[in-house]
Design a protein. Structure first.
Length: 293
């Protein structure tokens, strides 16, 4: 297997901290000032199914995955194509979602694993979600795939001993009062502490990467990925096969850490149509860290 399959790990959903736009300002701006596109559901186009066309061929024509078309057009779920009938084609991959009363963009972001600012823009930059929204490229498409047998979480822990969580996964309020998303957990540890792989896999990236500083990324079976950031020293190379417990490097303060105390920034991501979508690492650790919050 070539390394090119493992390398595109830095997608648009990867920021350590993703600020939510000022919704009130965006809502009140004039059309000339507002560069927000029209809602995705207002840009659906029709396609008449022609003889000889298949679900895959239509999806390929519009650069979509077949599951996107099936979700939007239930008639495509049968064994035969509805020849001569019109089907709806969205501008990009995603699903149509009925929004519960009172739900916010942040509620939808947490439910579907996609940033609130992306949902906000995809759906026309309205202050509150409308009754039906388009959720772009989320991991719903993987729901019908067989999970890895016997997966109950990673067998290992990223540090030699249990560590307190100084900064949890999820939404936090910064000093300016804005909500920001933290895509991992920060485990307190002294500089120089050995960082360990939580499971076997292939090293997809090792090196300096922006705010992450010195970063190690490991791809595991089942479309899972673990990330270890702010390291001072790296002990593995890209493409290397490793086992759970393999030393990856040491705790450091490289990059742009979110807190002043020395720590390991640890992430778990899942390979979804939107890219490597962040998940709560605590759900994947069989050995639980100490939660200080």
């Amino acid at each position: 297997m070539t390394l090119s399959r493992w390398l595109p790990v830095f997608s648009s959903v990867i920021c350590l901290v993703a600020p939510i736009p000022n919704l009130a300002t965006a809502q009140s701006s004039s059309p000339s000032e507002n560069s927000c596109p029209a809602p995705a559901l207002s840009r659906l186009q029709k396609h008449k199914v022609a003889p000889g066309e298949t679900l895959n061929s239509i999806a390929q024509r519009y650069s979509l995955i077949p599951e996107t078309l099936v979700e939007l057009n239930p008639s495509l779920s049968g064994k035969s194509m509805p020849m001569g009938r019109d089907i709806l084609i969205p501008p990009f991959n995603g699903i149509r979602v009925q929004v519960p009363a009172g739900a916010s963009w942040q509620d939808l972001a947490e439910a579907y694993g996609i940033r609130a600012d992306i949902l906000f823009e995809v759906n026309g930059c309205s202050l509150q979600p409308p009754g039906v929204v388009f959720v772009s490229g989320v991991n719903w498409v993987l729901a019908n795939r067989k999970p890895v047998e016997n997966y109950t979480g990673f067998p290992g822990y990223p540090l030699p001993t249990l560590a307190p969580i100084a900064f949890n996964y999820g939404w936090h309020q910064n000093a300016d009062g804005q909500a920001q998303f933290h895509s991992g957990i920060d485990l307190l540890a002294e500089p120089g502490t050995t960082v360990l792989a939580v499971d076997s896999g292939t090293v997809a990236f090792t090196g300096q990467q922006g705010s992450y500083g010195n970063l190690v990324v490991i791809n595991h079976e089942g479309g899972r990925q673990s990330r270890y950031a702010h390291l001072s020293r790296l002990s593995v190379r890209t493409g290397q096969r490793i086992k759970a417990g393999t030393p990856l490097g040491t705790v450091g303060t490289t990059g742009n850490p979110d807190i002043d105390q020395p720590h390991l920034h640890f992430e778990v991501r899942f390979n979804a149509p939107a890219g490597w979508v962040a998940q709560d690492p605590e759900l994947h650790l069989t050995v639980r860290p100490i939660n200080d919050e």
